[in-house]
Design a protein around this ligand. Structure first.
Ligand SMILES: [Fe+2]
Length: 186
């Protein structure tokens, strides 16, 4: 007996991602976020600022299926903790694409994009543990822990994050106000 499968319909095709690179980063971020055994005992919380730490791909490679995560070797992976109220300024990631997955607690992401008229368009999303966001180069967002419990997130960048531009919004639109070296104040 032969089973005839229905033809694929447009609705069955996943929506196009900005590129394959951030989608791969998203899959890797989730794969690492759910493997709490890889990082749980490393997490620190700091009252003065968010805590950040690089995860060496070589240290987690044993837990990652190389056939699913070919980008692991070249990825830059950050583990971050966020106490209640801690957050980033509005920033981009330079020319890096990437993704972040919420591993514990929850984070609120505010995204700013320029509309066709050049005016900034803003949206906000509450991201619970298990949620992931991915983005291409020049994506502008702000991430804050607005909850009353600490949060942990895993961030993956490719190419490696080297700088971040910070922004404010005023009557003239989205205005760049500074450039920070990655890992120093983000
Ligand atoms: Fe970011």
């Amino acid at each position: 007996m032969t089973t005839v499968l229905p033809p694929a319909t447009p609705s069955a095709v996943p929506a196009a991602a900005p590129s394959t690179a951030p989608a791969g980063a998203a899959a890797l971020a989730v794969a690492l976020a759910i493997r709490t055994d890889l990082w749980a005992d490393r997490v620190e919380y700091r009252e003065e600022s968010r805590w950040t730490s690089l995860l060496d791909p070589a240290d987690v490679a044993h837990a990652i299926d190389p056939s699913l995560h070919a980008e692991l070797h070249d990825a830059q992976i950050w583990l971050l903790s966020w106490l209640p109220g801690q957050g980033t300024p509005l920033h981009d990631h330079g020319t890096s694409a990437g993704a972040f997955a919420v591993a514990r607690g929850g984070l609120t992401e505010r995204v700013v994009a320029r509309g066709v008229d050049g005016a900034p368009r803003q949206s906000t999303a509450d991201l619970a543990a298990g949620r992931v966001r991915f983005f291409g180069a020049h994506y502008v967002h702000q991430v804050v822990n607005t909850l009353h419990e600490p949060a942990v997130s895993v961030h993956v960048y490719a190419p490696r994050l080297t700088l971040m531009n910070t922004y404010r919004i005023d009557e003239s639109g989205l205005v760049r106000v500074g450039t920070e070296r990655a890992g120093v104040d983000w």
